[in-house]
Design a binder for this molecule. Structure first.
Ligand code: ADP
Ligand code: MG
Length: 488
C-alpha cells in the first residue's frame, strides 16, 4: 500500500491541489532533491528531475511519480542509483526508490504550464514534461556539442582480424574519402564492446587531423542519447533552428548507439531530416547500432531504408586469434611483459568482448606496475578471480541431460523415465552427478528435473558415480570428457 502523501516542494505548479503532507517526509524529500540538484546542475535538474513527485513511503520503498514513460525511463537509468543512495543516506531504512509513471497529486497541472506555442510539438514528442520546464535558455544548451574524441581510439591502435576486417576497411575508406558513393551512410553494427565506438573515433581523428590534405573536416560525433538530449534542450530553449543549422553545417555527422533513438518519434523525425539534408549536400554520415538496420525494431520504414542504403558492415564476435593479437598489442603499448601463457589464458577465458578483455589485462598491468612484480599465471588467476567466475559458463541441467544421452546413445526422455535398466539408469546417474558438479542446483531441484525423483536418489547417484570413477578409469575418462565438453 502506498501512502497518499502528496509532497512536492516545487513551486512550479501553483494550482496543484493541496494535500496533507507528512512534514518529516517532506523535509527529507526536499533535501534529497536539493542534493541531486547540486550534483547534476540546474539545467539537468530542470530538464529531467524537477517533475518528480513524491507519492509516499511503503516499508523500505519510496515511490516517486513522473508524468511520462520517457521521463521515467530516463530518470531510472540515469539517476535511479543516485536517488536510492541519497534516500538511504537520509533514512537508512529505505532500500530503494521506485520511479513510476503517474501524475502524482498534481492532477492536470502539467498541461497548464506548457507554453502554448510548443504544445503541439511537445505532445508529439510525448515530452510535455521536459518542455514544460521552459526556463531561461542557457548558451550551452543551445549549441550542439560536437563531441569529444578518445585519443586512444585511433586506426593505429585498432587491431585487425577476421571478425572486424571488413568494418575496419570500410571505416578507413570513409576516413580517406568521405561521402564516396556506396559508402554513405556507413552503418556499423555489432554487439557491445566489439569496437564500434573505437572505429568511429578513428574516422573522426583522421578527418579532423590538421595535416589532412584539403584541410581538417568538421565532424560532429555524439551518442543517440546526446543527440536526443540536445534536441530536446533546443526545443525547450526555442533554438531548434540553430541546432539544426549547426548540425547541417558539419562535414561528417556520426551518431553512436542509434538503438537509443528508437521509438522517440519526434527525435527520429529530426534525425531523419538532418540525415537527408546532409546526404543531399554531399556530407558523410556514420552510424553505429547494436543491430543491423533491418533488425532494429521501432524504426520507421523510410528511416530503415535510408540507413541501409549505403554500406552496412558488422563487427563479429571475436575469435581466439583476434583476442590474442589484441592482448599482445595492448601489452606492448603498456610496456609490460605479459607471458604468452597468461595471454593465452585470458584469450581462452574472457570471450565476451574486447572491453572486458582489456579490463582484465589492465588490472594485471596496474598490479605489476604498482607492486613491481612480474605477471604470472598464478597472479592472473588470483587477481582476476571475480571476472573469471562471472565468465564461467552456466551449464543447464537440460544441456547435461542432452549431452549425456547423446554420449550413451539413449533417448533424452529416459532421463526422466521410470525405467531402471542399467543401460539407462547409469547414464542417468552420471547426468545427476554432473548436474550436482556443474550447476548450483540443490539435490531436490535436480531430482525434480529427472522425472520427479527424490533427493536421496540424486544423493545416491552422486556417490555411486564417484565410487565407480575411482575404480574404473575408462568410466572416469568418459565422465571427465563429458564434463569438459559441458564446461566448454
Ligand atoms: P563498442 O562501441 O562496440 O561497444 P568500443 O569501441 O567501445 O566497443 O570498444 C571497447 C573497447 O575495446 C575499447 O577500449 C576499444 O579500444 C577496444 N577495442 C575494440 N576493438 C578493438 C580492436 N580491434 N583493437 C584494439 N582495441 C579494440
Ligand atoms: Mg560504443
Amino acid at each position: 500500500m502506498i501512502n497518499d502523501n502528496g509532497i512536492d516542494g516545487d513551486a512550479a505548479f501553483p494550482n496543484g491541489p493541496s494535500r496533507q503532507v507528512d512534514p518529516q517526509l517532506a523535509s527529507i524529500w526536499a533535501r534529497v532533491r536539493g542534493r541531486l540538484q547540486a550534483e547534476v546542475g540546474d539545467v539537468e535538474y530542470r530538464n529531467w528531475l524537477r517533475q518528480m513527485t513524491l507519492i509516499g513511503v511503503d516499508g523500505d520503498e519510496v515511490t516517486v511519480h513522473l508524468p511520462t514513460r520517457f521521463l521515467r525511463d530516463w530518470v531510472r537509468t540515469h539517476y535511479g542509483n543516485r536517488l536510492d543512495a541519497l534516500w538511504q543516506a537520509e533514512s537508512p531504512t529505505i532500500r530503494r526508490v521506485d520511479i513510476r509513471v503517474g501524475t502524482g497529486v498534481r492532477g492536470t497541472g502539467l498541461a497548464e504550464s506548457v507554453a502554448p506555442a510548443i504544445t503541439p510539438l511537445a505532445a508529439s514528442l510525448g515530452l510535455g514534461a521536459v518542455l514544460a520546464n521552459a526556463g531561461t535558455p542557457r548558451a550551452d544548451d543551445r549549441l550542439p556539442d560536437l563531441g569529444t574524441l578518445d585519443p586512444r581510439y585511433s586506426f593505429a591502435n585498432f587491431v585487425v582480424g577476421k571478425p572486424n576486417a571488413f568494418a575496419q576497411a570500410c571505416a578507413q575508406r570513409v576516413a580517406e574519402r568521405p561521402a564516396s558513393p556506396g559508402f554513405n551512410p556507413l552503418f556499423l553494427y555489432g554487439g557491445v564492446g566489439l569496437g564500434k565506438t573505437h572505429l568511429m573515433h578513428a574516422i573522426a581523428w583522421q578527418l579532423t587531423d590538421p595535416a589532412r590534405p584539403g584541410g581538417p573536416a568538421t565532424v560532429a560525433y555524439m551518442s543517440a542519447e546526446k543527440f536526443m538530449y540536445r534536441f530536446i534542450a533546443a526545443i525547450r530553449s526555442q533554438s531548434t533552428m540553430e541546432f539544426k543549422e549547426q548540425l547541417r553545417s558539419v562535414d561528417v555527422l556520426m551518431i553512436d548507439d542509434l538503438q537509443f533513438l528508437i521509438n522517440k518519434d519526434a527525435t527520429q523525425d529530426e534525425f531523419f531530416h538532418t540525415f537527408n539534408a546532409l546526404v543531399e549536400s554531399g556530407k558523410q554520415i556514420v552510424i553505429s547500432a547494436d543491430k543491423s538496420p533491418s533488425d532494429l525494431s521501432g524504426l520507421e520504414e523510410r528511416v530503415r531504408t535510408r540507413l541501409g542504403s549505403g554500406m552496412v558492415a558488422d563487427l563479429h564476435a571475436t575469435t581466439y586469434e583476434l583476442r590474442i593479437s589484441i592482448l599482445e598489442a595492448k601489452a606492448a603499448v603498456a610496456n609490460v611483459v605479459v607471458p604468452p601463457k597468461v595471454i593465452e589464458f585470458l584469450a581462452h577465458k574472457i570471450t565476451t568482448n574486447i572491453r572486458e578483455l582489456e579490463g582484465a589485462l589492465n588490472r594485471l598491468v596496474a598490479h605489476a606496475n604498482l607492486f613491481g612484480r612480474q605477471i604470472t599465471l598464478e597472479s592472473a588467476h588470483e587477481l582476476l578471480h571475480d571476472i573469471l567466475k562471472a565468465h564461467e559458463r552456466r551449464v543447464t541441467i537440460e544441456e547435461i541431460q542432452r549431452k549425456v544421452s547423446e554420449h550413451w546413445n539413449i533417448r533424452l526422455s529416459d532421463m526422466s523415465s521410470p525405467r531402471r535398466a542399467r543401460a539407462v539408469a547409469r547414464p542417468r546417474q552420471v547426468a545427476m552427478y554432473l548436474a550436482k558438479q556443474l550447476t548450483s542446483r540443490s539435490l531436490p531441484e535436480i531430482g525434480r528435473k529427472f522425472g520427479n525423483r527424490d533427493h536421496t536418489t540424486v544423493m545416491h547417484a552422486v556417490s555411486r558415480v564417484a565410487e565407480l570413477m575411482a575404480v574404473d578409469p575408462a568410466f572416469a575418462e568418459d565422465v571427465e570428457l563429458l564434463r569438459r565438453m559441458l564446461e566448454g
